[in-house]
Design a binder for this molecule. Structure first.
Ligand SMILES: [Mn+2]
Length: 263
């Protein structure tokens, strides 16, 4: 089983890392990502080709190539373009985000089931997180009405996009862990190379529900976010929350201070 976490990469206004796990027995992933920075924005995409193995990888590669070659377009146009280009493939689901540097906004949408959250670094900002809007559909097959949302984004905020190879309740457990002052990401070592051994059986029930976190003004991700690198967060999420029944990929992007490289 191939599990890879990239080191944190610093672009001019964001730092990011991606962690991925390939479905046992396959040698290529159907889950891919793209990040491309321009002077005034950065585009981030996480793509999940339907199924796994070679055909899934072909579809995902087609989507990523299309995004890469046209990243200067708006995300709505990018979605429609991918839909056209993917007609002869298995299709993909994806999440796309565009951070506009000139007005500090995040525009994002998801087609299918790629999850997206934005965790607030400033404990005064309420609610403590925002969720991506998930539209129905599979690019290449069927596309229903598209909705993107635009929200403000601030220094230190953490954008996390993850495919369905990551447990959908990862966010709630992550929230619980992030309440500690000295949060040290911890996870079990892989017991062996066989993901079917399910290293996650020992997880306790989540402490919070999404609604509780969303409406609780005393809740803050700040303690857990301040000194954690995108690499640590990405590695923590895949190692602790991978399902093992599918490819998995998570991309973590931290919004940096204006014109000042920071850690
Ligand atoms: Mn998947």
């Amino acid at each position: 089983m191939a599990h890879v976490t990239g080191e944190t990469v610093y672009l001019s206004r964001v730092a990011y890392s991606t962690s991925s796990v390939i479905f046992p027995g396959q040698n290529e992933s159907g889950d891919l990502y793209i990040i491309k920075e321009f002077p005034e924005k950065v585009i981030v995409g996480v793509v999940d080709g339907m199924g796994h193995g070679h055909e899934a990888a072909i579809a995902a590669k087609c989507a990523v190539d299309t995004l890469e070659a046209n990243a200067d377009l708006s995300i709505m146009k990018l979605v429609k373009l991918c839909h056209e280009k993917l007609k002869n493939t298995r299709g993909v689901v994806l999440a796309l985000a565009s951070i506009n540097y000139t007005d500090d906004t995040l525009t994002w949408l998801s087609i299918g089931n790629v999850e997206g959250v934005l965790l607030r670094a400033d404990s005064e900002t309420k609610p403590a997180y925002e969720s991506i809007f998930m539209c129905r559909g599979v690019l290449g097959y069927n596309l229903s009405q598209l909705y993107a949302t635009i929200i403000p984004i601030s220094k230190g905020d953490l954008l996390i996009l993850s495919t369905d190879g990551i447990r959908s309740d990862y966010f709630l457990r992550f929230a619980a862990d992030s309440q500690f002052n000295t949060w040290q990401p911890s996870y079990p070592e892989w017991p062996n190379d066989n993901l079917a051994s399910e290293p996650l059986n020992d997880l306790e029930e989540p402490t919070y529900t999404r609604d509780q976190i969303y409406s609780d003004d005393s809740f803050s991700f700040t303690k857990g976010l301040v000194n954690i690198s995108p690499q640590n967060v990405a590695e923590y999420i895949t190692k602790r929350f991978v399902k093992g029944s599918d490819d998995a990929l998570v991309t973590v992007v931290k919004y940096l201070e204006k014109n000042k490289p920071s850690r």
